[in-house]
Design a protein around this ligand. Structure first.
Ligand code: NDP
Length: 314
């Protein structure tokens, strides 16, 4: 039997879509993907999700969302979606490269993955001073000195955000210019407690049992190394949307983010909806992902109702 609503991805967007679709009686099936719980499982405390006055631990929040989705009848499956045929309706979906299921609608909630520099010390200090989200984790570094690596809009925005919380922000830029929009660059350059380190590469993140204590950077022009005493190291070198599966099938922008019709979650293929970070390179918050997951479920429900009405009148 065809699955009415198949959800790919298990972050806040996927689970919220599941809660709404399940409560609408659509018996959704959610495939968790390779990182059950998504990006929030890599953070500690989430303090900006409304409704948790004392904050909530990221992995715990995802367990709660899963339970809430299951409570209304969502089936959670741990397989990987490895293929989606979009040119025939209903859609044929391949799981783990061998099993086939049929879906009447698909909600894509595969998220995006933050890019890392690839240093072993980044992994070592993950969640102990290294973060890829200033808005999520900046608050833990208030009154402290931090560094941000990157030179795009994210790096500019995150440094400015952190400058309001931290005593000093070191922005590590690998070239002699920033890619960020002019207005955001100006904001960075006009903020007295942001120091830009041009032509600088990150050699190593330094720390001890307590977490990060510094970063060693190297000037690519002179070869000179220096150590910045910091307690937080923020990556802002971009994200990669998880859209490999849909290349050549769903419309994407040049960076690979899925494109949806404004104000909806509809992709260019009727019956396929995109929600959360996979279609959002600007906001990227758990709450915005959850909100768009809700929209996806409502859009899918509306689509199915229209199909049913067509069938009755045919
Ligand atoms: P971008 O891809 O625009 O920028 C990534 C930056 O990271 C570049 O400046 C790049 O340097 C640098 N970088 C990449 N790899 C390394 C590395 N290994 N070491 C050091 N630096 C590195 O990503 P963003 O996340 O900034 O932005 C993504 C998109 O989202 C953009 O379109 C942006 O405009 C948009 N955005 C908009 C916002 C807004 O309007 N409020 C806020 C945030 C993002 P280099 O320049 O040398 O290549």
């Amino acid at each position: 039997m065809a699955i009415k609503v198949l959800i790919i991805g298990s972050g806040p967007a996927g689970y919220t879509a599941a809660i709404y679709a399940a409560r609408a009686g659509l018996q959704p099936v959610l495939f968790t993907g390779g990182q059950p719980g998504g990006q929030l499982t890599t953070t500690n405390d989430v303090e900006n999700f409304p409704g948790y006055p004392d904050g909530i631990n990221g992995p715990q929040m995802m367990i709660d969302l899963q339970k809430q989705a299951e409570r209304f009848g969502t089936q959670i499956r741990y397989g990987l979606v490895t293929g989606v045929a979009v040119d025939e309706y209903p859609f044929q979906v391949t799981i783990d490269e061998k099993d086939q299921v049929i879906a009447e609608t698909i909600i894509v909630a595969t998220g995006a993955t933050a890019k890392y520099l690839g240093l072993p010390s980044e992994e070592k200090f993950a969640n102990r001073g290294v973060s890829a989200c200033a808005v999520c984790d900046g608050y833990f570094y208030r009154g402290k000195e931090v560094a941000v690596v990157g030179a795009g809009d994210s790096a500019a925005e995150e440094s400015t955000y952190l400058s309001k919380l931290c005593t000093k922000v070191h922005l590590i830029v690998r070239r002699g210019e920033m890619r960020a929009s002019r207005i955001m660059q100006q904001r960075v350059l006009n903020t007295p407690n942001i120091q830009v380190h041009w032509h600088s590469e990150t050699d190593e993140i330094l720390g001890d049992d307590q977490g990060v204590t510094g970063v060693r950077i190297r000037n690519t022009k002179t070869g000179e190394a220096s150590i910045l005493a910091i307690q937080g190291f923020f990556l802002a070198i971009g994200h990669k949307p998880n859209t490999e599966l849909f290349k050549g099938k769903l419309n994407m922008d040049e960076a690979g983010y899925l494109q949806v019709q404004a104000g909806t979650t509809r992709t260019n293929i009727e019956g396929i909806f995109a929600v959360g970070d996979v279609a959002d390179k600007v906001y990227r918050q758990a709450i915005t992902a959850a909100g768009s997951g809700c929209m996806g479920a409502l859009d899918a429900e509306k689509f199915l109702a229209a199909k049913e009405a067509q069938a009755v009148h045919a």
